[in-house]
Design a protein around this ligand. Sequence first.
Ligand SMILES: [Zn+2]
Length: 469
Amino acid sequence: MSTESFKALLKRALNSPYAETDIGLSLFRTCLETMHARYMEDYELKGPSLELGVGDGSSSMFINGEKSGAISVGLDMPLGMTFETKGLWWHPVATHYRSYVGGNMENIPFAGAAFETVYSSETMFYGMDMRATATEISRVLKPGGKFYCFNATEQWFNFDAVLSQLKCNIPSFSVPTDDEFVSIFEDTGLTCERRSYFFSPAMEILLHSVVDTGAGRVAEHSLLNRAPHELARKIEVLSELLEHEYDSSSGGFHHFLVFTQTGDAKENKIKGTDVLSFDPFDHLKCPVCTGTRFDFEESDIKCSGCDATYGVVCGVPMLVDEKQSGFSSIDLDASVTAPINRHLGYAQKTAGTIFNKFSDTVTQMLEQADGNALDLVVMAEQEIESKVLISRQTASALRYLLKRAYPNHSVSMRILKDPKESQPMLEPSGVPTLALYFSGGTALPESFREALQVRAVHTVHRVSLDIVK
Ligand SMILES: [Zn+2]
């Protein structure tokens, strides 16, 4: 048995930026995400991809090792609609999403066959209608597409005390039996090609016994509190334990499932959509009437089919039918929402300023271009990013403004890390490109500009904001 992968992943969990999230702070999350990442090492998330149940986004960021753009769209209920994770609040450290949408996985607001991959990490137990959810996942997957799912198993119902502790945290917790879970998805045309269990009852209960459960509260037991020499030994021991817990055939508290879409495309097969140019706004579906034509207004999106309007928060459409309620909803304390809203308000305003400054340039760029596409590339100097973390929220808001001004153009967005690190991975998209660069004073390197064939750059030099604590 090789424990090397586990060792490397555990070490990663304890380093920046994960060390600042639940992943580094809670021993349970450290082990859980390490296990998820180990499974996902065997697979490649082909784009366009959709993650269901984003929360703060740290979970799938960990499995993807921060690969920029690894997930095309992250979907969750709008902020405050789910108890444990608060819903979609897209922690600014989550660097791997191209875009977000507020939505309900029982009624996914995207047209059929829009995605190569759907990914879901420990979210299919919040009390949603599993048949409706499975039907929706199957509908949005392209033929041959994959659904990767980590979820709780029926094993929870054999342990009353641990279940009731979990229910303090997730009041609506429910799962069908494990075989039912598979057949619900197979009934929709998906084929289950893998099911692996992990975390035996002893492991799960032990880890939960040292986790301080409660909404939004972080456990005090963290490997980070260990002295370095002791930590190295703990990691060795845990790696062995995790290796032992990996890939068992039954009885675990969690299972990992891989499904393939073996049926035909359900509707509206999207042709020629490559990963780079994927514009989620072109694939939105109205959750009320299933219409796919929208008018983009300043602060909302209006369905042309049924006139339903949906809010837009900092460029993120919140496509939830007002008759739908959240799972385990909670009224969030203003101390939680105020800093998030301040953050989003600031990003929104910054995007407005940039848009106004560049709208003439962009119009010219697009008039001279052959096609109907526009690429937005956003990056921040590492130094700035570690302090302000504002770039991707600003990018979302800016992208929305661009889409609103040019609704017939496909607007893609790429968020890159520090240009010094990103340059080897660059590919020009071949369409007019607008780059937004957050820096402490330096200009975007010329070589970077050439590599991307950037036509316009806006550098934001001065950003100051108190970030969500
Ligand atoms: Zn509609």
